[in-house]
Ligand binder design. Sequence first.
Ligand SMILES: Nc1ncnc2c1ncn2[C@@H]1O[C@H](COP(=O)(O)OP(=O)(O)OP(=O)(O)O)[C@@H](O)[C@H]1O
Ligand SMILES: [Mg+2]
Length: 305
Amino acid sequence: MNIIEMKDLVFAYEDKTVALKDVNLSIKRGEKVAIVGPNGAGKSTLLNVLAGFRMPFSGKVFVDGKELTQSSADSIRRDIGLIFQDPEDQIFMPTVEEDVAFGPRNLRLDNIDSRVQAALRATGIEQLAKRKLHKLSYGMKKRVAIAGILAMDPKVLLLDEPTSGLDPRARSELVKLLKGMDKTMLIATHDIEAAAEIVDRAIVLNVSIVVEGTMRDIIMKKEVLDQAGLEMPPVSKLFGVLDSMGYPVETLPVSMDQAVAELTKVIEREGRHLHAHVHEHDHTEDAKHAHKHIVPRKGADDART
Ligand SMILES: Nc1ncnc2c1ncn2[C@@H]1O[C@H](COP(=O)(O)OP(=O)(O)OP(=O)(O)O)[C@@H](O)[C@H]1O
Ligand SMILES: [Mg+2]
């Protein structure tokens, strides 16, 4: 059974703005999915509906088999942790530790202290525990908001622009944290490099779903990027240049990790070439054998001649 299921969802705000139209979405338990799309595409709205904060105009939403209705909304909110785009909307207690403890305390969960400690550790803000919230920077508040949701250990984590406003180190720590977390996740974001690191699948939303696929599939299609209001990440552009300079790139990397993996392949290929060159005038059986052993790739022998 899918943990999240949306069928023909339509959502309109009170002023008749149709923010979501005919959205069909299935998310498997444990799956990490990105929602990308231009400003005003309905990403935040989609997360708010899923979290039970807004009711569908028509269509159905199921969370862990439970249909979202007025009467089930409260219990669905317990299964889902929504991290808002703006941390100011989420945090309100005087100090960091009180704020992180608020959710679990409200739900009457046990081991509050250890939950709070674990959440502060996971978000790298243990040293801020006693600090006054209103004196923190935006990025710090963002981490507090994330910690507050983690402390409740929801079944599904919905994150609205989690990396926006974070400094590079905080951003990469958050990416690592989300990547390593064994939890169903839906991430609305413009940060495609971060998404490429974290998610299994991406959905391009622009009121309706435009296309689904891996982050790489999406990045390779210019018309999809345009429709999604996204730019190709610099690292992908760089590899496009490498490719045109005669270093064939098998799969265009989207993130730095993927770039390193791709670069390793290019270097290995270069190694094969160099190796072949060194042995050009030494076609002994041993050399052939060594060659095949080092570079067990199709076409290695052709490269040697
Ligand atoms: N409270 C509201 N009342 C009326 N219309 C709203 C409200 N909130 C959002 N909208 C409208 O709904 C549409 C979708 O907005 P939403 O905030 O979901 O987009 P988004 O994809 O999250 O955009 P962004 O990338 O800027 O965060 C927009 O047309 C927006 O103007
Ligand atoms: Mg938004």
